[in-house]
Design a protein around this ligand. Structure first.
Ligand SMILES: NC(=O)c1ccc[n+]([C@@H]2O[C@H](COP(=O)([O-])OP(=O)(O)OC[C@H]3O[C@@H](n4cnc5c(N)ncnc54)[C@H](OP(=O)(O)O)[C@@H]3O)[C@@H](O)[C@H]2O)c1
Length: 328
């Protein structure tokens, strides 16, 4: 039976999410990879326990994380039941619906029918009565936004989620969604976009909208799925995500990319960080991003990644050097 580390709150830093009262850990753990039915159960436990022992109070899931779809939630539910039940009130748990989940017209996108039935399924799989945050996973151009946001608001009223979030919405869509949610009395807590040194679209409008709306942000794939670490500098190591060649394709790890990674790695070591650490610190370099959402295949990666909360500061010179590398 797991017993949490008594010192778990001594190192992690927490920041309020937008204008809400909820404190988010600066580093959170996502269960997209390494928690499916194809993965090792004991490793999943080790990852969750390591994270929680490091003060990571937030775990991020989605209905379709696996493979197979639903299996990450099922595995999380098994660990919740067997090991984490007594810590439920210390855990901020999220799930999402928006992508393909089950066959037929009601298992995808953004209808009220899909969102409400999907969350009911997620709660059963995760063996919890409610989630803390429920997200619409991606915008649906064919469902009226009022319907999708209305479903999120009703889910909060039903007590099945405490807060609502959206993911992968562009700046303009976010503004409209936030307006509807505010009118409904269930304000937008958080947006979950992709953000890393190689993908900076949120700097072009979204962060401004979130600030205006008083919403926070939790950014995914901050290491570009592992590219922004030193792991691919000498080829593709056994067991790494690129060997699966599915979401991270080995053909995307080109020499041009690796040349940049090599230069970034030099700056990281001059800062006394690994490249993984510097890439994560850079994402949190100013407080416009609330939380960095990491993935991990090994507990050591979590231990390494949480070290960043002590080193989020960059000099102007470091930032300029990074800009020059990214811009070329
Ligand atoms: N909302 C959305 O649409 C969406 C989309 C994608 C992800 N997400 C969320 O964001 C979470 C994180 O995404 P992500 O997994 O792509 O994030 P990421 O942090 O960019 O990549 C994680 C991977 O990087 C490698 N890694 C992590 N720490 C490392 C270290 N210190 N040194 C070397 N390698 C390291 C590991 O890969 P190896 O397996 O190679 O060890 C790990 O699985 C997901 O779990 C999910 O919750 C959301």
């Amino acid at each position: 039976m797991y017993q949490a580390n008594e010192k778990r709150y001594e190192h992690m830093k927490y920041l309020r999410c937008g204008r809400s009262g909820i404190l988010m850990p600066r580093v959170a753990l996502g269960l997209w990879h390494n928690f499916g039915s194809v993965d090792q159960y004991e490793n999943m436990r080790a990852l969750l326990f390591e994270a929680f022992d490091q003060g990571i109070t937030h775990f991020d899931l989605a209905n379709n994380y696996g493979p197979v779809y639903g299996s990450a939630e099922e595995n999380f539910g098994r660990i919740m039941e067997n090991d984490l039940r007594s810590y439920r009130d210390e855990i901020l748990l999220s799930t999402k619906a928006g992508y393909d989940m089950w066959p037929g017209p009601y298992g995808n996108y953004g209808s009220r029918k899909y969102l409400i039935s999907s969350l009911d399924q997620s709660l059963k799989r995760m063996k919890v009565d409610y989630v803390d945050i429920f997200y619409h996973h991606r915008p649906d151009p064919e469902t009226p936004l009022e319907e999708t946001m209305g479903a999120l608001s009703d889910i909060v009223r039903q007590g099945k989620a405490l807060y609502v979030g959206i993911s992968n919405y562009k700046a303009e869509e976010t503004k409209r969604a936030a307006e509807i949610l505010r009118k409904n009395g269930t304000p937008l807590l958080i947006h979950q976009p992709r953000y890393n040194m190689f993908d900076r679209w949120i700097e072009d409008g979204l962060l401004t909208v979130l600030k205006e709306e008083g919403a926070g942000s939790i950014v995914f794939s901050p290491l570009a799925q592992g590219i922004l670490t030193d792991k691919y500098l000498n080829g593709i190591p056994e067991g790494s995500r690129a060997t699966r060649n599915h979401f991270l394709k080995s053909e995307n790890i080109t020499n041009t990319v690796l040349d940049k990674v090599r230069l970034l790695n030099q700056i990281a070591s001059q800062r006394g960080q690994t490249l993984a650490e510097m890439s994560l610190s850079w994402v949190l370099r100013n407080d416009s991003v609330t939380t960095v959402l990491i993935g991990a295949s090994k507990p050591e990666q979590i231990r390494e990644n949480v070290r960043i909360v002590d080193n989020l500061y960059f000099t102007e010179e470091e930032l300029n050097r990074i800009e020059n590398i990214l811009g070329n």
